[in-house]
Ligand binder design. Sequence first.
Ligand code: CMP
Length: 140
Amino acid sequence: MAIEHTFSIIKPDATRRNLTGKINSVIEEAGLRIVAQKRVRLTREQAEGFYAVHKERSFFGELVDFMVSGPVVVQVLEGENAVAKYREVMGATNPANAEEGTIRKLFAESIEANSVHGSDSLENAAIEVAYFFAQTDIVG
Ligand code: CMP
């Protein structure tokens, strides 16, 4: 299996509850390495651009409002099969359907306030990483 990079966001519901360290522990326990990380306040333009694929969805406006409601932590995670691995570690989008031990089962409040985002493909991972980080920010 190849070493991959995937992109992660610790969302405002989680930073508000001071859960960054607990979520990072789950990530690291799963064997993923945090090779870049910064805490930022997204602008509305950044949030709209990041979630542009969802702009026709009924929940788009609420999703953007939520993502700008507090600080987020953006991260690059490295590991074998990191894209699929992190999706496993996050659990289902809706925490009601998430497996025991996953980040969303442990911490998410709702389908919207679901504590973390992770890339859904290697191609999107590269796009999402580049949205927030320069190659020189990534220290493996
Ligand atoms: P994420 O993995 O960041 O990708 C898109 C986000 O939209 C998703 O996590 C949820 O936070 C949010 N989302 C997805 N489906 C819904 C929904 N039905 N209602 C509200 N928010 C949703």
